[in-house]
Structure formats: C-alpha cells, structure tokens
Ligand binder design. Structure first.
Ligand SMILES: [Zn+2]
Length: 113
C-alpha cells in the first residue's frame, strides 16, 4: 500500500526534525495533502495510526489539510480549479497552464507539548 510507505516516511521526517529527547513530546503532525497528490487522506491517517504504535510517537495525532487543485492558465492569466484533476483550464478549455497546487504532500508542522 502506497500510504503505508508515506506514513513511514512521515515518521522519518519527524525524527529528522525533533531532537531525540523530545520524541515523547510530539503531540501532532500537520500535513498538507493535495487533492491530486495520489494520496488518500483517510488511508494515510489509518496507516499513520498503525505505524506510530511502533515508534516513540504513540500519542501523536495526524492533522491533514487538503489542498485544492489549482491551475494558472497562461492564456486567461487567471487561476482556475477543477475537480477532475485534468490540466485543462476551466475557462477556455486550454492546456497551456501550470499547476499552482494540488499535487503536493508535505509536513508543515510538528507540534510538541
Ligand atoms: Zn484559460
């Protein structure tokens, strides 16, 4: 399962960012997950809750903020969003655009006691 390896890498990210003596103080890990990142938030949550039991972060909860899929159209010069994840401008139907957000997965904060 993809989300399982993501959950494991989140544990690694916490370890890299928190001094070892503070591992027991980790309360929460905050994430931003794009709507089209390929990660299912509920599934990631479930995997993290299972994985954390074998780590020093047993009491850490995961808070996931979903990030919408946003495109910037180079023709219309506006940002549009759609719910199908296709890189097509909602306004003009063009494909000349760049992805602003919605494909990312990042840890934004690790909360300590
Ligand atoms: Zn457009």
């Amino acid at each position: 399962m993809h989300e399982l390896s993501v959950a494991q890498s989140i544990v690694e990210i916490i370890k890299e960012n928190v001094p070892e003596q503070d591992y027991g103080k980790v309360n929460a890990v905050l994430l931003e997950v794009g709507e089209f990142s390929g990660i299912i938030a509920d599934s990631l949550q479930f995997c993290f809750d299972a994985v954390k039991l074998e780590t020093p972060f047993k009491k850490a909860r995961m808070e996931i903020k979903k990030v919408p899929f946003v495109l910037y159209c180079n023709l219309c010069k506006v940002e549009t969003t759609n719910s199908n994840g296709i890189r097509m401008c909602d306004k003009c139907g063009g494909f000349d655009n760049s992805i602003v957000s919605g494909t990312e997965m990042r840890v934004t904060e690790v909360e300590l006691d």
